[in-house]
Design a protein. Structure first.
Length: 381
């Protein structure tokens, strides 16, 4: 089978990938290891074209256009030209993109087109309570009409996307992300983990719940004075150019400045070490389509406090294999973290249940088989 993923997010040396990029990397490695051919096609972050072939994996990053107002058309033209060339060289079976990824794609005969719902414009407009941008909304609707099938990464994103966009009765299945459980390997105990230490990893911005997490620390530290919080992540800026990290630093009480530390982003390879050194991993995001951070930490057998929004309840059973909090309510974050800290003697048991849940939902072999079965059903339809 030859699958082409349309994405600008495939991991690149020197850059920290987001969740979609990490998923694409893990999925592509699994596909090629199983004997399939994979092509990644997208725009580069520079004016240089890169075309790298390693065995059954080809990664094409074409030069990023720089003509405001026309970039969408220039990118679409490049995608279509490359798709034709790729198909001529080695016939494609599947082309996969995100919600608006197929909007301006010219469909090739005998090739099936799939949209994977990572969380599109309509989905996040609803969750963030903001209006639909007409141009982005138009692209998603146009893209959905071209798709032959759909994959949702959680039941929540499947249901809530359907409020705005029609699947038109076409094949649709929920298939979750896969977690590399060699990298995020389970341990029953973590001797290096510091007592009462919390860690967050992700973009340092409001919608990831960082501000509310910091605001929860004073009451948590009153109950457990030894509590520390380490925040690792990519910088985010307000529309006026101001740093969100600087804003967060200004909100940390003087008495907690030695206990709350903000660190630069680290490579994905370093994340397991960071999780391993913490007692509890905390991810109070306002919304996720699924997210990788919580399942990755669960795969290691770590105790996780996750959002109760979106697919949070699909991922964690509160108080059993982790804890859930309302990320919009500081008191709820306080309560869930205190509840977790009070369960210190049960960390090994909770971690084992978290690992079993993550393995059942996100293990590479099972998720790969489900994707391939779905691909084959669409091809043969």
């Amino acid at each position: 089978m030859h699958i082409c993923f349309l994405s600008h997010e495939y991991p690149k040396a020197g850059l920290n990938p987001g969740g979609v990029g990490v998923f694409l990397y893990t999925f592509s490695q699994a596909l090629t290891a199983a004997g399939h051919r994979v092509t990644i096609l997208g725009a580069n972050d520079s004016d240089v074209t890169e075309d790298d072939i390693q065995s059954n994996l080809r990664v094409i990053r074409f030069a990023k256009p720089s003509t405001p107002g026309l970039n969408w058309w220039l990118i679409a033209r490049k995608l279509n030209d490359y798709l034709q060339e790729i198909n001529d060289s080695y016939p494609l079976d599947i082309v996969e993109g995100s919600e608006l990824g197929l909007a301006f794609i010219k469909k090739l005969p005998k090739v099936k087109y799939i949209i994977r719902l990572h969380g599109g414009h309509h989905f996040f407009s609803e969750s963030e309570n903001r209006p639909i941008n007409q141009w982005k909304g138009y692209q998603e609707k146009k893209s959905f009409k071209k798709a032959d099938a759909f994959i949702a990464v959680s039941d929540y994103v499947r249901v809530h996307t359907a409020k705005y966009l029609s699947y038109q009765g076409k094949p649709l299945e929920t298939i979750r992300y896969m977690i590399d459980q060699n990298r995020f390997a389970y341990q029953e105990e973590y001797p290096e983990a510091k007592d009462f230490s919390l860690v967050f990893a992700g973009t340092i911005c409001e919608k990831k719940g960082v501000g509310n997490l910091v605001d929860a620390m004073p009451n948590i530290s009153r109950k457990f004075p030894q509590t520390t919080l380490d925040i690792y992540g990519k910088e985010w800026f307000f529309p006026n150019g101001n740093s969100y990290t600087d804003y967060i630093l200004s909100r940390i009480p003087e008495s907690l400045k030695s206990q709350i530390k903000i660190h630069p982003p680290v490579s994905h390879d370093q994340i397991p070490k960071i999780y391993g050194a913490a007692s509890i991993c905390v991810f109070p995001s306002f919304m996720e389509t699924q997210g990788l951070v919580a399942p990755e930490a669960m795969s290691m057998g770590k105790v996780v406090v996750f959002t109760d929004k979106g697919p949070g309840p699909e991922t964690i059973t509160d108080g059993v294999d982790g804890f859930l909090c309302n990320p919009l309510d500081v008191s709820s974050i306080e309560h869930s973290i205190i509840q977790a800290l009070e369960a210190k003697d049960q960390f090994k048991e909770i971690g084992k249940k978290a690992f079993k849940k993550a393995h059942a939902m996100f293990n590479v072999s099972m998720v790969l088989d489900r994707n391939l079965a779905f691909y084959n059903s669409v091809i043969n339809d």
